[in-house]
Design a protein around this ligand. Structure first.
Ligand SMILES: NC(=O)c1ccc[n+]([C@@H]2O[C@H](COP(=O)([O-])OP(=O)(O)OC[C@H]3O[C@@H](n4cnc5c(N)ncnc54)[C@H](O)[C@@H]3O)[C@@H](O)[C@H]2O)c1
Length: 339
C-alpha cells in the first residue's frame, strides 16, 4: 500500500496519523471540510516531516468533489476519521450527527467501491460499549451505545459488516479508541478544540495556560480509590501508530476480513491522578472544584488490549508523564491552538 487517503486528516488524531504515515514513506492524501479543524495542522505536519500532504478541502457529503480526488490519486487504502465526535452535542443535534457521520460514510464507501478501493481503517470508539460496568471492555462484548454519537459508530460498524458480507474483497479494520490525549513531541501539533473543551486534558491545559479559571470535576463520590472517575487514556502518537499497524495487517493478510480492535492503554487513571500528573509535568497549579456527577458517567472503564497486541503487534509505549508533558508543551507554545 503506497497512497493512503485520510478523511478528517486535519483533525486531532488524523493530523498525528499523517505524520506517522509520511515518516513511514506513505503518500498521504487528505480530505477534510475543516468544520472542526484548521489547515494549519497540515502545514505543521509538513514542517515536522519535510514532506508534502495532498490536501483537498472537501466535504464527504459532496460526492462529485470526493470522486475528483479518487480520480486524481491512485488510492490504495482509506483511513476514515472524518466525523462529528462530541457526545453531549450529539444529544442536542442528533440529526446533524446521523447525517454527517452516516451519510459521509455511505458516500465514501460508494466512491471507494466505484474506484475498486477496498482497504479501510475506520475510527470507531469505546462509546460503542455504552455504559457497561464489567470493565475491561472486550471486543466481543455487546454494543449498547448510550448517545446518538455512539449509535453512529455502531451503525457504521454494522454498515461495514454488511458491506463486507456482500463483497468479500472488502478488507476492514474497526479501531475502537479509548481516550486520546497528549500531542506531538515537537510541540507543533496538538488538540485544538473549538469552544469549551469536552474532554479532560484540553480543559486542564487551558486552565494551566490561563484561558480558563477552574477545572470542574464531575463527581467525587464514585466507588473508586479517590472518588473520581477512571478512564483509559492513550497518547495520540501511540494511537496514530496503531493505524499503521492496522494498515500493515490489511496489506499482509491473504484473505480479506473485517475485525474490531480496542486501542487503549489497557489501564485506567482517575481524574485526580491525571490532574496531579499534569501538575508534576508542567509545574503549574490546576485549581479545581468537584461538582455534581454528569448524567450517564460510570465510575470506571478501560480497554482489554490483548487482541490488538496479539493480532496487530501493537501496544502503547508512552505513559502518563509523556501524555502530560507533550500536551503541556503543545499548549504553552500555542496558547491559542492553531490560531
Ligand atoms: N478524540 C476522541 O476522543 C475520539 C475518541 C474515539 C473516537 N474518535 C473518533 O476519531 C475520529 C477523529 O477524531 P478527532 O478527535 O481527530 O476529531 P476532530 O474533530 O479533530 O477530527 C475530525 C475531522 O473530521 C472533519 N470532518 C467532519 N465531518 C466531515 C465531513 N463531512 N467531511 C469532511 N471532513 C469532515 C473535521 O473537520 C475534523 O477535522 C472521529 O471519527 C471520532 O469520532 C475520537
Amino acid at each position: 500500500m503506497e497512497t493512503i487517503l485520510v478523511t478528517g486528516g486535519a483533525g486531532f488524531i488524523g493530523s498525528h496519523t499523517c505524520v506517522e504515515l509520511l515518516q513511514q514513506n506513505y503518500e498521504v492524501v487528505v480530505v477534510d471540510n475543516l468544520q472542526n479543524a484548521s489547515a494549519e495542522s497540515l502545514s505543521r505536519v509538513e514542517t515536522i516531516t519535510g514532506k508534502t500532504v495532498h490536501f483537498y478541502q472537501v466535504d464527504l457529503l459532496h460526492k462529485d468533489a470526493l470522486t475528483a480526488v479518487f480520480n486524481k490519486h491512485h488510492i490504495d487504502a482509506v483511513i476514515h476519521f472524518a466525523g462529528l465526535k462530541a457526545v453531549g452535542e450529539s444529544t442536542q443535534i442528533p440529526l446533524t450527527y446521523y447525517h454527517n457521520n452516516l451519510t459521509g460514510t455511505l458516500v465514501l464507501l460508494d466512491t471507494m467501491n466505484e474506484h475498486h478501493v477496498f482497504n479501510l481503517v475506520f475510527s470507531s470508539s469505546a462509546s460503542v460499549y455504552g455504559d457497561q460496568k464489567n470493565t475491561p471492555y472486550h471486543e466481543a462484548m455487546k454494543l449498547i451505545p448510550s448517545s446518538p454519537y455512539g449509535h453512529t459508530k455502531v451503525m457504521i460498524e454494522q454498515i461495514l459488516q454488511d458491506t463486507f458480507q456482500s463483497d468479500p474483497r472488502w478488507n476492514i479494520s474497526l479501531l475502537r479508541y479509548f481516550n486520546p490525549v497528549g500531542a506531538h513531541s515537537s510541540g507543533l501539533m496538538g488538540e485544538d478544540p473549538t469552544g469549551i473543551p469536552n474532554n479532560l486534558m484540553p480543559f486542564i491545559t487551558q486552565v494551566a495556560i490561563g484561558n480558563r479559571e477552574t477545572l470542574n470535576i464531575f463527581g467525587g463520590d464514585y466507588p473508586t480509590p479517590d472518588g473520581t472517575c477512571i478512564r483509559d487514556y492513550i497518547h495520540v502518537v501511540d494511537l496514530a501508530l496503531g493505524h499503521i499497524k492496522a494498515l500493515e495487517k490489511l496489506a499482509a493478510q491473504k484473505t480479506p476480513d473485517i475485525t474490531a480492535y480496542n486501542l487503549g492503554a489497557g489501564k485506567g487513571y482517575s481524574v485526580l491522578e491525571m490532574v496531579n500528573a499534569f501538575v508534576t509535568a508542567s509545574g503549574h497549579k490546576i485549581p479545581y472544584q468537584i461538582t455534581d456527577r454528569r448524567d450517564g458517567d460510570i465510575a470506571e472503564f478501560f480497554a482489554d488490549t490483548n487482541k490488538a497486541k496479539n493480532e496487530l503487534g501493537w501496544q502503547t509505549t508512552l505513559n502518563l508523564t509523556d501524555m502530560c508533558r507533550d500536551a503541556w508543551n503543545w499548549q504553552r507554545h500555542n496558547p491559542n491552538g492553531y490560531k
